[in-house]
Design a protein around this ligand. Structure first.
Ligand code: ZN
Length: 380
């Protein structure tokens, strides 16, 4: 057997209504904790999603500081300001409650409260030098897998994306409550669900650190997501489809936490940074051209994935066509012009994508500037 390692969060709790039982579920982490910091965004708060968790924590005698300042593509300033508020409150445990941005922010707040190292010195892989506060992650979308990844993505300056990737960012517990995802709008369900599928596809073809455990998780997660995404988009109140989506996103999240994503994500990042295209949608847009480009190196693996999803005549093209069919069917954007990109923007996008070396090195086929530009061109 090849040498490999695999890590994940030590405790996963899944169940309908679990958020309301958070104080009980997380009891082992709560011993001696009086002040809890709950990190979320205004939409999640206004939608009432944190209410039952908050009531449960307060009923269990904890005082809770809710920080609802999180915005998409979390800026460094926002993360540092949230950390200062949490520090002034004397926070002893952090709950990240929301989509990827809220969880990514919570992970860093827990870390920055637990050690003296400045955030600017944490960027990169395995740069963290300290311990974090206890950390519980509760996703309200089925997509990023952030509840089981050791990664937080931060926007530094205007558009530049930096990542902190370190085992210290694995939470102590991930809590899956599909009831939290029942109200997700159709386009968010679609884009975040396709992103979760991209995590599985890119983990399975990761040039480095692909391993038997991440493969098994990628396959299981893809099957769940593929079987549920159209049902969840058709009927948002289909709790079983929602559960499959949440579980699928966790499984592919565990996979790519260990076998990292590649050029789909690398080419998607500049769309988020420059054009503020949401993470899921930017990955959905870039999936078809990147997979077609990668086919020269990854055809056998894509064929295995297509066969695993029971597609007829399994091949890269069958897999890509199926993903295009899903995106079309659920009505999300499939062309860059639909998100404000014009032909003149392509050279800059390609240049920015080539800077995401930490992801490009995982791609099954070496990406070049010309190929990156051709990928953008193909979906203009
Ligand atoms: Zn992603």
């Amino acid at each position: 057997m090849a040498t490999f390692q695999f890590r994940t969060v030590p405790h996963i709790h899944a169940g309908r209504g679990a958020a309301g039982r958070l104080a009980d579920i997380a009891a082992p982490l709560m011993a001696g904790v009086e002040r809890v910091v709950l990190v979320t965004d205004k939409g999640v708060r206004q939608f009432g999603l944190i209410d039952s968790a908050l009531a449960g924590l307060e009923a269990a005698g904890r005082s809770v500081l809710v920080i609802d300042d999180v915005v998409a593509d979390p800026p460094e300033d926002m993360i540092l300001a949230a950390t200062e508020r949490a520090r002034a409150f004397g926070g002893q445990l952090v709950v990240g409650f929301g989509g990827g941005s809220s969880m990514d922010t919570a992970k860093l707040v827990a870390l920055l409260l637990g050690c003296d190292q400045p955030l600017s010195a944490m960027y990169g892989v395995n740069q963290v030098k300290g311990l974090r506060l206890p950390l519980v992650l509760v996703p309200t979308t089925a997509g990023t897998g952030s509840e089981v990844t050791p990664i937080s993505v931060v926007t530094v300056g205007e558009t530049s994306k930096m990542g902190v990737n370190d085992p210290a960012l694995y939470g102590d517990m991930a809590v899956l409550d599909a009831e939290l995802t029942l109200g997700l709008p159709r386009h968010v369900t679609a884009a975040t669900g396709i992103d979760a599928m991209v995590h599985g596809i890119e983990a399975y073809t990761s040039a480095i650190e692909k391993n038997p455990v991440s493969d098994a998780l990628a396959l299981a997660g893809l099957k769940k997501l593929h079987g549920a995404i159209e049902r969840a988009c058709r009927d948002g109140s289909d709790i079983e489809a929602r559960e499959d989506m949440l579980l699928g996103a966790l499984l592919t999240g565990q996979a790519f936490a260990n076998a990292p994503v590649g050029a789909v994500h690398a080419l998607a990042y500049p769309l988020g940074g420059v054009f503020h295209v949401p993470h899921g949608l930017s990955n959905s847009l870039m999936l078809p051209p990147v997979l077609r480009y990668n086919a020269a190196s990854a055809e056998p693996l894509y064929t295995q994935l297509a066969a695993h999803l029971d597609l007829t005549s399994p091949s890269t093209e069958a897999l890509v066509t199926e993903m295009e069919r899903i995106a079309d069917g659920v009505g999300i954007e499939t062309r860059l012009t639909q998100v404000g990109v014009s032909h003149n923007d392509l050279p800059r996008l390609a240049e920015d994508a080539m800077k995401v070396e930490r992801l490009l090195k995982n791609n099954p086929r070496a990406m070049t500037l010309e190929a990156a530009q051709a990928c953008y061109e193909a979906v203009l």
